[in-house]
Design a protein around this ligand. Sequence first.
Ligand code: FES
Length: 175
Amino acid sequence: MALQFSEETEKQFQELVSRYPNTQAALLPALLLAQSEFGWVSVEVMDYLAERLELNPAQVLSTATFYTMFNKQPLGKAHIQVCTTLSCALCGGYEIIEHLEERLGIRLGETTPDGKYTLAEAECLASCGTAPMFQITFSDGEIEYYENLTPDSVDELLDELDKKLEQLPAPAEMH
Ligand code: FES
């Protein structure tokens, strides 16, 4: 079935487009809206937006691929975004990434085969005084910060999260 916004999202889309002088200017917020509706920004979603905004599909593709906040693949139930900006980098952010890669058996940008975790790198998440830190976005919409991380505290946290994730819904699937 062809993609279509839900009724509620369609209202938000119409309202959003009316606030901008042209549809090109509305592209970024429209991509965010589409991502929250469909869970990730697939080629199909980009084509849908291009059609809705009367833009060239290449314009939508180049914008969506430029910004790291747009997910170009389905996410796991926990989207871990590790900050590697200065304060976190100096305090061990990259070691936290290496530890996560080893523990989860995936590399940055990948999702575990069981669909539980997606690992990503992020720019400063405004918690520099408690570096190193990461943010996790859960599939139910909850967002949590975890600070002053060490490999040991990451292991403890993942032990707890493994159980919590069993209860969470699967991330939004493509329609
Ligand atoms: S440098 Fe990591 S939160 Fe700011």
